[in-house]
Design a protein around this ligand. Structure first.
Ligand SMILES: O=P(O)(O)OC[C@@H](O)[C@@H](O)c1c[nH]c2ccccc12
Length: 265
């Protein structure tokens, strides 16, 4: 459970010569009653960890596709407490680790200690909290550490070197390497110097480095995988799941498995 479960899941794909694949979905998009089936589909399709977004009224780091999914989820009554209850109900049915992506306001309103305890109870293994910078994480990080919940830190191409070092040293579970400046969403082109940036993060980080933001095709998954330990895909998965295009989701996940290289980054 917790951080150790994420560590083991990623280590096992890497030992196999594959890359980790982390799909992001918005909890409650399509109805909270379908959350179990959606996550089990991702598990069966070969995902390594699921990143589960909690809908929020002011999603400052989200691009348009995820914002809309959040609005749909809020419109059908999805709440943080409701998502946690759902995860608890069927926790024995899944083996895939769960990482919640949530803004700090929701955690603060819930109560940091109570939230950490509840995460442990329902089988949440890690957290991504995009609006808590390293300078401010002290108010919550020790509580999550006490409950062995991984706090996954985000590194951005705009972070200065000293900050990247600090983030890479502290991260737990994996290091989330943000590949582009700006919000989430599909892109057709990466920043110049991305391979070097990812390789540098690999040398700084003791934890696996996973790249996310703007990845949407099986080809991009393969390309990026050459420079890091795996990829995270959000907007494209959200879009395909809402459209019922599950075969395309499987193709994207499979691209992380096939251990071949392509080069036109
Ligand atoms: O949607 P993209 O471009 O594939 O990027 C992943 C991303 O959506 C997911 O990890 C995420 C959703 N909301 C976030 C907020 C901050 C950081 C990351 C996220």
């Amino acid at each position: 459970m917790g951080k150790a479960k994420i560590d083991a899941a990623i280590a096992s794909v890497l030992e196999n010569g594959d890359k980790a694949f982390v799909p992001y979905i918005m909890a409650g998009d399509g109805g909270i009653e379908n959350l179990k089936e959606q996550i089990l589909f991702l598990e069966e399709s070969g995902a390594t960890v699921v990143e589960l977004g909690i809908p929020f009224s002011d999603p400052v780091a989200d691009g348009p596709v995820i914002q809309e999914a959040g609005l749909r989820a809020l419109a059908n009554g999805t709440t943080l407490a409701g998502v946690l209850d759902s995860l608890e109900e069927w926790k024995e049915s899944r083996t895939i680790p769960i990482v919640l992506m949530t803004y700090f306001n929701l955690i603060f309103a819930y109560g940091i200690e109570k939230f950490a305890e509840r995460c442990k109870e329902v089988g949440v293994d890690g957290l991504i909290i995009p609006d808590v910078p390293p300078e401010e994480e002290e108010m919550a990080a020790p509580t999550f550490a006490k409950h062995e919940i991984a706090l996954i830190r985000l590194a951005a191409p705009t972070s200065p070197q000293s900050r990247l070092e600090q983030i890479a040293k502290r991260t737990e579970g994996f290091l989330y390497a943000v590949t582009v400046k700006g919000t989430t969403g599909a892109r057709t082109r990466y920043e110049d110097g991305l391979p070097e940036y990812l390789q540098e993060l690999q040398t700084l980080s003791a934890a696996p480095v996973l790249a996310g933001f703007g990845v949407s095709t099986p080809e991009q998954v393969k390309e990026l995988g050459q420079y890091c330990d795996g990829v995270i895909v959000g907007s494209k998965i959200v879009e395909l799941l809402a459209a019922g295009k599950r075969d395309e989701i499987k193709e994207i996940i499979q691209a992380a498995k096939a251990n071949e290289t392509v080069s036109n980054l």
